[in-house]
Design a binder for this molecule. Structure first.
Ligand SMILES: [Zn+2]
Length: 135
C-alpha cells in the first residue's frame, strides 16, 4: 500500500505516545496478567475440587493427569497471548507497528483496535489459518 503517508518526521516515542493501540494493548496486558494470577491463585481450590470429584475414581489416575494437563494448557495459551502483546508493544516502541509481517501492507485500524496484537493483515491471517486448518 502507500507507505509515503507515514509520518517520518516524528520520533518513535512520539508515535508510541500518540497511538491509541498503546492504550488497548496495555489494558489487554493488565487483564491477561490478572487472569493468569487468578488461575495460579485458584489452582489449589481447583485441585481440591478435582480431588473430591475423582475421589471414587482413584483406580484411574489418568483422570487426574488430564485435569492437570488442561490446567497447564490454559496457562500456556495465556502466556503465549502475553508474549504476543509484549511483541506488539515492542513494535509500537520501534515505530514498526501496524504492518503485516507477511506482506508488509498496513493492517486496517479496525482490525488493530479489535486485535491489537495481530501480526498479519486479514488476507494473510485467513491464508495462514486455512493452511493450518488443512493439517
Ligand atoms: Zn498481509
Amino acid at each position: 500500500m502507500c507507505m509515503t503517508t507515514q509520518p517520518t518526521h516524528m520520533t518513535m516515542t512520539q508515535q508510541a505516545q500518540m497511538s491509541p493501540y498503546l492504550l488497548v494493548l496495555t489494558r489487554q496486558r493488565d487483564e491477561l496478567l490478572a487472569r493468569i494470577a487468578q488461575q495460579r491463585g485458584g489452582q489449589l481450590s481447583r485441585a481440591e475440587v478435582a480431588y473430591t470429584h475423582f475421589d471414587h475414581l482413584q483406580e484411574d489416575p489418568g483422570q487426574m493427569n488430564n485435569e492437570r494437563d488442561t490446567e497447564f494448557a490454559i496457562n500456556e495459551n495465556e502466556t503465549a497471548q502475553l508474549q504476543q502483546i509484549d511483541d506488539a508493544l515492542l513494535r509500537l516502541q520501534q515505530g514498526v507497528y501496524g504492518f503485516c509481517l507477511e506482506c508488509g501492507t498496513t493492517v486496517s485500524e479496525a482490525r488493530l483496535l479489535a486485535m491489537p496484537q495481530t501480526t498479519r493483515c486479514l488476507n494473510c491471517q485467513t491464508a495462514f489459518e486455512t493452511a493450518h486448518a488443512a493439517h
